[in-house]
Ligand binder design. Structure first.
Ligand code: FBP
Length: 487
């Protein structure tokens, strides 16, 4: 429990001890422990009496005052490890007036000079609101965000990448490469691999560039071209027929978990479902069927029972649909099988379509951080410490130049409010940090587009193998960053 204490001392870099809190927020991402280690090393370098407190189990730990004191033995046991198990994480947010007041009381009582929120877009949105609240209510605790999420969608001109993306993509690419070699050996299955990434398709795109599958669906392209489920199905069926002509009844297809929200008919349906659930309509099939508009009811009623159930799962505390639980790969394989059977009746297909399903998500969020994520996270922590030590608040740590040697990286902070736009959450428009989706004009997608026709029919599979922690490849950054930032 918290002890009563004085106000934050407002120390700046200059030799006085600092008291800082850290909190891990949202989904796990490899490297989080190194952020904490960076903050620890920084504040101890300022003064040996500086203290680091780690709030337990996400933002709830902040307003309830549940924390650990982080000493050298504690942090040394977690340096360069994956997971968020040092403190635990949580998707809870600081939302109600009581929770804001609780957070202020805790931070003031602990005399915190700063609070480092290690989180994604939603957690950093929360950090921005908290920083404003503290400033407006006489609390001198500075709030600094560190960009975390495997999804890779927290990026902009100042934030080249969120931590965890590099490790997650390398982990999934190893698994996909293994599946590809298995597929090529037996030549009897179509493997559907659903990859994590709530909205943006950065993970699917990076894994495709790494492994060269026969097909990759990119949600942003599906949305831009208004492709319906039936059009997406037809494009995959064309690829399957083309391969069948060569006697190939196998292949590997990647899809991002968020794709369902980008297919126009589902987008409209899910928006209405979100609004209904925010308005208190029960999340049962009967209840929503009574309330849905005509077109959405038609789409919903034709869905298989498992997909209906998955679409009705509770939204997360930030109002997001839990796409990680929706088995879109099974929906797609079902529509493909139906289409192939129709074509078979016309005598134009005599193949066998045997789908196998994989969903790679949680296994990529807590592995040992890649060389890049280890260095990046440690630098994020050191920089967060510096920003707090220099009296700054409401910033996200910004490190640029990350494709070059670490010695040349440029470290600083960027205002959290600069990254915000209005989005509908729980049925209401709110300011939130803008998600960075895959840019269809960007180099990574253009490279995929240029190469994918060849990959569709030929077997150009690449199995990159496990993450390297030593040797010449250990510091390689992912291809997305390389294509975006290197000539
Ligand atoms: P963050 O944005 O909090 O980093 O989480 C991202 C993510 O891993 C998504 O890719 C995935 O859809 C979601 O978390 C899964 O959430 P949960 O861990 O609550 O099942």
């Amino acid at each position: 429990m918290i002890e009563e204490g004085s106000e934050g001392r407002g120390t700046v870099d200059g030799g006085q001890p600092l008291r800082v809190g850290v909190v891990l927020s949202g989904g796990q991402a490899s490297g989080g422990h190194n952020v904490i280690a960076g903050v620890y090393d920084y504040i101890k370098s300022v003064h040996p009496d500086s203290e680091l407190l780690g709030f337990a189990n996400g933002p709830k730990g902040v307003f309830t005052g549940k924390y650990y004191v982080i000493d050298a033995a504690f942090i040394n046991a977690y340096r360069n490890t994956g997971g968020f198990d040092a403190l635990g994480s949580g998707r809870n947010k600081i939302e109600s007036p009581e929770e804001f007041a609780g957070a202020r009381r805790v931070c003031q009582s602990l005399a915190l000079d700063g609070l480092v929120v290690i989180g994604g877009d939603d957690s950093n949105t929360n950090a921005a609101v908290l920083a404003e609240y503290f400033a407006a209510n006489g609390c001198s605790t500075r709030v600094i965000g560190a960009p975390k999420t495997i999804d890779g969608d927290l990026k902009n001109d100042y934030i080249p990448v969120s931590f965890g993306f590099d490790t997650a993509c390398k982990t999934y690419s190893e698994l996909i490469g293994n599946v590809m070699l298995d597929c090529l050996s037996s030549q009897k299955y179509y493997h559907f691999v659903r990859l994590m990434g709530r909205s943006a398709s950065h993970i699917a795109l990076e894994c495709a560039l790494q492994t060269r599958p026969n097909a990759t669906l990119i949600s942003e392209e599906v949305e831009a071209e208004h492709l319906s489920l039936s059009q997406v199905t037809h494009s995959l069926v064309r690829m399957i027929l083309e391969r069948a002509k060569q006697g190939k009844h196998y292949g590997v297809i990647l899809l991002p978990e968020g794709i369902i929200e980008f297919i126009p008919e589902f987008q409209t349906l899910m928006h209405e479902l979100n609004d209904l659930m925010a308005a208190g309509v029960a999340n049962t099939e009967e209840a929503v069927m009574r309330e849905l508009s005509f077109n959405n009811r038609a789409v919903f009623s034709y869905l298989p029972a498992n997909i209906k159930e998955q679409l009705l799962l509770d939204r997360d505390p930030h109002g997001n649909v839990q796409v990680a639980k929706i088995e879109t790969e099974k929906l797609l394989a079902g529509t493909i099988a139906l289409e192939l059977e129709k074509i078979r009746k016309y005598g134009q297909y005599a193949g066998v379509f045997n789908p196998q399903f994989h969903s790679f998500g949680y296994e990529g969020r807590a592995g040992l951080p890649s060389g890049f994520d280890s260095n990046y996270c440690y630098s994020l922590g050191l920089t967060a410490g510096h920003l707090i030590g220099n009296g700054l608040t409401s910033l996200m740590v910004s490190i640029t130049g990350v494709c070059g040697p670490v010695e040349d990286w440029k470290c600083g902070g960027v205002p959290l409010t600069m990254m915000m736009n209005m989005e509908k959450r729980h049925g209401k428009f709110k300011p939130v940090i803008r998600k960075a989706l895959v840019q269809l004009e960007g180099k990574p997608f253009k490279i995929l587009k240029k190469r994918r026709d060849k990959w569709a029919v030929e077997d150009c599979y690449r199995a990159p193998g496990p993450i390297q922690f030593d040797g010449p490849c250990s510091q390689d950054v992912n291809l997305t960053l390389q294509y975006e930032f290197l000539p």
